[in-house]
Ligand binder design. Sequence first.
Ligand SMILES: Nc1ncnc2c1ncn2[C@@H]1O[C@H](COP(=O)(O)OP(=O)(O)OP(=O)(O)O)[C@@H](O)[C@H]1O
Length: 607
Amino acid sequence: MSADGTGAWRRVGGEGRRFLRGRIRTLRTLALWSLLESAHTFLGGYAVARALDDGFLASRTGTGLSWLAVAGAGAVLGGLALRGVFGGLAELVEPLRDGLVRRAVRQALERAVADPARAGRDGAVSRLAQQTEMARDSFAGLVLVARSFVFTAAGALAGMAALAPVLLLFVLPPLLLGTAGFLLTLRPVARAQRRALDADEALAARTGELAAGLRDVVACGGGARAGAGLLAPITAQERLTVLLARWSALRTLALAVAGRLPVVALLLGAPWLLGRGVSAGALAAALTYLVQSLLPALDALMGALGSAGTRLVVVLDRFCTPHPVRPPAGAVREPAPDPAGPGPASTPAPGPAPGPGRRPGPADSRGAGAAAELRGVRFAYGMRAEPVLDGLDLVLREGEHLAVVGPSGIGKSTLTALLAGLLPPGRGTVLLAGAPARPGPPRGPDPRRTLLPQQAYVFTGSVRENLGHLCPGPVPGAQLERAVAALGADGLVDRLGGPDAPVDPAALSQGERQQLALVAAYLSPAPLLLLDEATCHLDPAAEERAERALAARPGTLVVVAHRISSAARADRVLVLDGNRAVCGTHEDLPARSALYRELVGLWNAGV
Ligand SMILES: Nc1ncnc2c1ncn2[C@@H]1O[C@H](COP(=O)(O)OP(=O)(O)OP(=O)(O)O)[C@@H](O)[C@H]1O
């Protein structure tokens, strides 16, 4: 679509003339009612002049009051005129809206047919419907004020001509100059507004696409790159906003010349005018015309032309110009954020880089002594909120398997998020292999740990891609097969059609998603694996198999357990109970923690 304002004015102008030609009768009715408005304006000034010259200044109070009564009658005429105008306005505006709605729906259907994949996703119908309403309101406002200006100006100028034609010498030049200056700004402003609208839509489309793929972007560590991609449309919009503000300043100047300068000119020229026989009443009437009628009408016209007018041209041009149809899905598309940037595909193998089936040897230990450590950690969601965790100390040994248990809402997920470096501790320290768990602004997934949430992450891609997305490079076929077998996911992979079959996330059950995610975690080289109820949709047998396989994998395993059977398999269990935390083995904990004793009792009772 061209950003050429001239083309837009021509296109819209042509269609506009055709539209108006079919509504001559309505226009005539509007003009007749508007004539009453001219009469009202004319009388408003003329009666003031007569009241002063023939009445109050000539000591004939009765005559003065009679002329003021005439001015009052003129105001009644004005009210009647407005009533009639609104009736005619509806007959002009509603057909425009109906026509635009028809076009909006037709355009949206054409696009949906051409690109079914995007149908209903790009918000075209709602956007066009919104623009239809915008066009209708702008058109109504514009007709109202443009008509009012023309007929008010006619009444005022006729009044001045009737009282003392020389008054026009002072009023007409600045009025015409300012109005012409203002009209000259219309096209460039329409052009700038059109570009601003395009920039606005481009930004909305880009952020919409990003929002839809946010989970993938975050999972691939592409946040920084995706954010950088938004910078250009935001800067473009900023530039256009500044440009529009400059045009707006110029228009204010034009308004001052057209509306305020005649008043100043009349006041400065008052002695000269009075010396040439212009009466005090005529001078007062001229000022009344300017201040009471012409200035407000001019203000309204320029305001409406400046905002509603240019917006109307821009929006109507959208409907007049055939829309380019996006290429259908599968054709050339904008490249997606490259996960190879900061994401896993280019992430160097983590320090210890132990592959499954290989327990870390002495060289894998970086001498930190602990896989992870919490020292006096306090965390609250908010400045004044009660802390979820307070004064928590915990040392996780390398290769250890820890289960975390506790009632719902006690802080188990918060703990895993702190260990993963996703949340900063309010007080205390969280270390991974001796280094801060949250070293600075996140640039991508931390290769030192993998966190599996309850909602398993599965994306549209091949089975192989889904299973290997946490690895720095391609996973050899044999390694993939071993991992699938270890997690008991071979049945699922076969059912999906093998490692190269496509995965449709929506077609998988929660349990199947968790199975795929668990294999991906098993293959991940991260030395610390955090499972936050990541097996909750598996049956107990599948859960046990998965946990045993992941515990046998080199590295440290932390499992937020939702079954005590899961805790019983761990080397140690951390019981979160209010702000207290007790850590021990499944065997010794019942004696040390009333909560754990209760949980084990319920489990034994089969509850
Ligand atoms: N983003 C957040 N903002 C404010 N409060 C939160 C937020 N996330 C969690 N909380 C609150 O912090 C507390 C601990 O939540 P957390 O999810 O860590 O508990 P949990 O033990 O994992 O619970 P569940 O077993 O139900 O998943 C809860 O009271 C929860 O409502």
